[in-house]
Design a protein around this ligand. Structure first.
Ligand SMILES: [Cu+2]
Length: 197
């Protein structure tokens, strides 16, 4: 515990709380997700306390939605390092039209692309590329697909493709809650991807 280091901050915060809010401590803890000034009360870093709201809904609302990709053929690279982090598909989120083809490229070695059971539209074909193998998949069923790189799924090396309308998005989001439990790193990645749909 580093409470000593935070004492001046606590003092300022409590003063602020008493003067401007006049609320009880436990009420503020309850409200801490929506009240910036209360974020530091549990000894967390206070850097974000004065910035914009930290409410999850506000963050979700600010996510840029993925646009429909032009053309009927799309390339997804399998990378050790991409703009979005390590062990990653790029682009990790795609929105395409029914019947389009996705070309998964083994730009870096030792990755693959494999659809995840239970995370494709009903009746859709599954796929499973070998390690370091380019694979092309024709998207013949409407809905949302989630796929993974088998060796790096623990690092949340996953990708999302929306084909036509996101008819199964609720099912996918429910499955994603279970899937993310298997991630050791980048545990919010899949949620962030799905928020772009
Ligand atoms: Cu991989």
């Amino acid at each position: 515990m580093k409470i000593k280091n935070h004492l001046p901050i606590f003092t300022i915060l409590f003063t602020f709380i008493i003067f401007f809010n006049g609320k009880k401590y436990d009420e503020l803890v309850t409200q801490r997700l929506t009240t910036n000034v209360a974020i530091c009360l549990e000894g967390e870093p206070c850097g974000a306390a004065t910035s914009a709201s930290s409410s999850p809904s506000a963050a979700a609302n600010s996510v840029a939605k993925v646009q429909l990709s032009e053309g009927s053929e799309h390339t997804v690279k399998m990378l050790n390092n991409g703009a979005g982090g390590q062990m990653i598909f790029e682009p990790a989120v795609l929105k395409v039209s029914l019947g389009d083809t996705i070309h998964f490229k083994a730009t870096d070695a030792a990755h693959n692309s494999a659809s995840i059971d239970g995370m494709v539209p009903n009746g859709a074909d599954s796929w499973a590329g070998a390690l370091s193998q380019d694979i092309s998949v024709v998207m013949n069923t409407e809905g949302v697909y989630v796929y993974q790189c088998d060796p790096h799924v623990m690092m949340a090396m996953v990708g999302v493709i929306q084909v036509g309308e996101a008819t199964n998005l609720d099912d996918i989001k429910a499955s994603a809650a279970d899937k993310k439990a298997s991630f050791m790193l980048n545990s919010d990645r899949l949620d962030e991807y799905l928020a772009q749909l």
